[in-house]
Design a protein around this ligand. Sequence first.
Ligand SMILES: Nc1nc2c(c(=O)[nH]1)N=C([C@H](O)[C@H](O)COP(=O)(O)OP(=O)(O)OP(=O)(O)O)CN2
Ligand SMILES: [Zn+2]
Length: 120
Amino acid sequence: MVYELSQTFHFEAAHTLVREIDAASSKRIHGHTYHAEVTLRGVPDAASGMLMDLGFFRRELAVVQEMLDHHLLDEVAGLTKPTLEGLCAFIAEKLRAPLPLLASVKVWRATGDSCKLIVG
Ligand SMILES: Nc1nc2c(c(=O)[nH]1)N=C([C@H](O)[C@H](O)COP(=O)(O)OP(=O)(O)OP(=O)(O)O)CN2
Ligand SMILES: [Zn+2]
């Protein structure tokens, strides 16, 4: 049987955004609290009964969290655009190698905006 295993983390970050609507306030540096959910999908190992031990899973997420927490997203190397979409892509890219069972990355803000990347 196929299972999905998820972990969440959060980070505080600032950014500016170039957009056509509400352009002036978005262009000023402002901050958000972001939440991210990373999901693995696969068949549990027969010996351990786990897709991956949550301890190892959390350790990998902490590496990415450190790259984003209390950073100005505009300056984060490898983050092409400081949007929810860009954050999903950045997190997936960083986790693709250490988490071979990576299935999706979801990023959201308390205001209800959310974006989910299905890793193909
Ligand atoms: N497709 C996307 N659209 C927008 C994104 C995004 O990541 N992907 N991000 C933003 C902004 O970050 C913006 O700060 C939020 O804009 P908006 O919702 O208009 O602002 P509010 O004042 O309503 O809410 P806050 O979240 O408190 O800023 C815009 N669009
Ligand atoms: Zn913003």
